[in-house]
Design a protein around this ligand. Structure first.
Ligand code: GUN
Length: 291
């Protein structure tokens, strides 16, 4: 079993992006973050993205709206960033509070500033295998992690656990693309899939993105499989100062001995999401400034 080191690989990408940013003509890329409320996981993710952006020389604007904000006020903030030529990219941290229409918010972002890749236009471009669009950061990070770990997907059976807009669907669309680094046969599973362990046991590459701590156990995985754990679940742990620890969707102790390669949590997919956001922000800037 080999651990796929997402910290190391994301650092390589961030170094590349930092060099690219330093050489850009026409100003600095800028990413605007919108966070609604004080969900602790969202606070921590946005803080991390903001810090990494600054380290790379990317300008960051962090906007926090109250938990009770109206859809109209959220739209107003998005519209302001859409119209501001200094803003290259806009990210609305998910999940939003239940009274807000998250999909409508994602669709409000100008497609050319949609560095999260959740807008209808960008998902359509992904479906059409058109590289002009923005690909969602976690799926893009997973494919990049596999590429840089020399895991070829061509002809392999990739099983995706989870059908979310943020990970499951776009990662399936990426893996099935007619590209040298993809060409996989893809199965997407979800809560209504029959005989789930039978399906996951047929995976050469298993991507777990369901948000349930330790859901994937050793008996669900084929010997020699590659396992990508996208889950970042907070489970109570009194021995930690924070009162919790982070656990993936994969039960690491029973699964890892069976695998050829596996990503840890933390330190696997998580840092790749941040790195791909930085890449998308620079791509947006280049597009807007034609540099
Ligand atoms: N919540 C969990 N992952 C993501 C992500 O990649 N982007 C946004 N905006 N919210 C998220």
């Amino acid at each position: 079993m080999e651990l796929i080191d997402g910290n190391k690989i994301s650092r390589e990408i961030l170094d590349e992006v930092k060099t690219e940013v330093a050489g850009l003509d026409g100003g600095r890329p800028c990413v605007a973050f919108i966070r609604v409320g004080e969900d602790p996981a969202s606070v921590s993710y946005v803080k991390k993205k903001d810090r990494v952006a600054r380290e790379l020389g990317i300008e960051s604007r962090l906007n926090v709206l109250p938990e009770t904000v109206s859809q109209e006020a959220l739209f107003d903030l998005i519209d302001g960033f859409n119209a501001d030529p200094a803003v290259s990219g806009i990210l609305i941290q998910s999940p939003l509070p239940g009274h807000l229409d998250e999909l409508a918010a994602f669709r409000r972002v100008r497609p050319g500033k949609d560095v999260d890749g959740f807008h209808t236009v960008n998902l359509g471009l992904l479906c059409q295998e058109d590289d002009a669009g923005f690909v969602a950061c976690t799926p893009a990070g997973i494919l990049e992690l596999l590429r840089r770990s020399s895991v070829s997907l061509a002809g392999k059976h990739v099983v995706v656990l989870g059908r979310s807009l943020i990970v499951g669907k776009p990662v399936a669309l990426l893996a099935v693309q007619k590209k040298d680094w993809a060409n996989a046969t893809v199965t997407v599973c979800h809560s209504r899939t029959a005989n789930l362990p039978d399906v996951t046991r047929r995976a050469d590459v298993l991507i777990a993105a369901i948000g349930k701590a330790g859901f994937v156990t050793g008996d669900m995985v084929k010997d020699g499989a590659v396992v990508i754990d996208v889950g970042i679940n907070r489970v109570p742990d009194d021995s930690r100062k924070s009162g919790y620890r982070l656990t993936g969707d994969v039960e690491f102790d029973s699964v890892s001995p069976k695998t050829a390669k596996i990503t840890p949590v933390p330190g696997g997919v998580g840092p790749m999401t941040v790195a791909m956001l930085m890449k998308n922000t620079v791509k947006a800037f280049r597009r807007q400034h034609e540099v």
